[in-house]
Design a protein around this ligand. Sequence first.
Ligand SMILES: Nc1ncnc2c1ncn2[C@@H]1O[C@H](COP(=O)(O)OP(=O)(O)OP(=O)(O)O)[C@@H](O)[C@H]1O
Ligand SMILES: [Mg+2]
Length: 579
Amino acid sequence: MKPKEGDPQKRAKREGATEKELTRVNRILQTLYQCNHALVRATDEHELLHSVCQILVEVGGIRLAWVGVCEDDPQKTVRPVAMAGHSLDYVENANISWSDETDRGRGPTGIAIRSGKPYWAKDFLADPTLAPWRAAAVAHGYASCVALPLVMHGTRLGVMNLYAEKPNAFNETSIQQYTDLANNLAYGVTALRTQEQRKRAEEALRNSEQRLLDIVDNTTSVIFVKDLELKYLLINKEYERRYHVRRDEVRGKTDFDLHSRQTAEAVRTNDREVIASGEPKQFEEWVPAEDGDRFYLSSKFLLRDSSGQPYAVCGIATDITLRMETELELRRTEEAMREAQAALTHVSRVTAVGELAASITHELNQPLTGVISNSHACLRWIETTPPNLEEVRQGVERTLRDGTRAAEVIAKIRSLLRRTTVEMAPVNINDAIQEVVALAQPEVRKNQVKLRIDLDPALPCVTGDRVLLQQVILNLLINGIEAVAPVEREYRKLQISSHRSDPAAVRIAVSDTGVGIGEKSFDDISKAFFTTKPNGMGMGLSISRSIVTSHGGHLWAEPNPDRGTTFQFTLPLSTEEKE
Ligand SMILES: Nc1ncnc2c1ncn2[C@@H]1O[C@H](COP(=O)(O)OP(=O)(O)OP(=O)(O)O)[C@@H](O)[C@H]1O
Ligand SMILES: [Mg+2]
């Protein structure tokens, strides 16, 4: 029997059902409204998911709401990331997967994720997919659920699960509405993730840019970047400091705006060279600053875009002014030292010759007296009638001989006193010795020294400066004379010898039987300014040693077994003369 339309009881029941449905719809709308509101304001993914779950429970009357994300681990775990409602430990222990190879992956969550469509379990007691969780779900008071996939552009993000305490709690309409919510949520999560990624990328970029700027601005080098038309793009702090320009003012300017015309042209020529060749290059550049001239070692190279196209020229300039000045100063000092050394060598030589002066002067008197007396005699022979020409001829010959002897002595002294520059040439060492001995001869005689000369006639030439080598021999000879002068006459012996010490060298030795050097070593007595003589300078040996060393030879002294000392030096033979 059909109930009558007008049955008040039934109408009331019908109206009650409609009202319930209205409340339900209203609730869903409220829920969706608040969820969407949360979505719009969201700044953090976790916070968003959590508040959506909470709204679903508190406003939507859902018993349990949770969101899980798909892990890419071997078990294909669905990891819960947000939840709200009753008995949350159920979710924590649910151990759900999205793999279709396990029972736990074939429940509503797994199905929804794999199919990309909502799965609606109307009754937990009846739905076979819920077998693994049934007991726990029933115990926690869940009777039905809907699993909504969170998918964005085909990417499985996860799932949103809603549980109700009654079976059949969802219908087509509500599921459609929750699906819309799930889609919005997936969109929101993706947007937040994209935003987060962008933020991180921006921060990383900012950090790396800042780091680069920190390097550029904390170095003591001067750094610039100019475009290919040589207009400034960037300068570093050191550039700003040195040339009183600001980074923001310099953009678009050229070197002509910052430096003198000459400087600008010079640095731009170098810039252009790098642009033309495309190769990095180093230049020495001179860029005056307010505090004076500045020299730089500038490394210049091109900057290229990702396609390899050059867009700028960069320079890193290191200030080498101090280094250059120090080097210049060092060179000046070395030059001054060389000059001083040469001057000292010369002075020492003049002194050594000076020591011979008295006896040489005496020695010169002899031939000069001869010249004068012979000339007088000649005059006399000319004045006789007839003039005795034979006598005149002999007289003139004697005059010539004496004059030549005197001239020779003077020439030798002059050559010793003359120049200070070093001239390397082949030197016949025996001739050089003979000349020095000739000069020292008067002094030898004066001191009644017995001098033996023992020179090897087969000695080849050495390469050297004749005057300097003669200075060494003279120093040793004078020292020898001075060493024997104070001892008894029978021990005033001196010997000078030369011989081939080995195939590659000659050795010259000056040996005396004088006072000896006692306990002192050669190093001691050859130190500059070491002297035991009242009028000595103490430079003779020191200078002799440096002359011999500069000729590649070696000077040393040894006490003689009986008495006195032998000073000797070697000189290397030039390669052609070695056998
Ligand atoms: N043949 C020698 N026998 C003993 N002592 C010597 C001999 N030659 C040098 N000496 C010692 O070495 C010292 C240094 O000799 P060196 O020739 O350098 O200077 P000096 O002869 O004193 O002065 P000068 O600079 O005028 O030559 C001498 O003062 C002397 O004490
Ligand atoms: Mg001396």
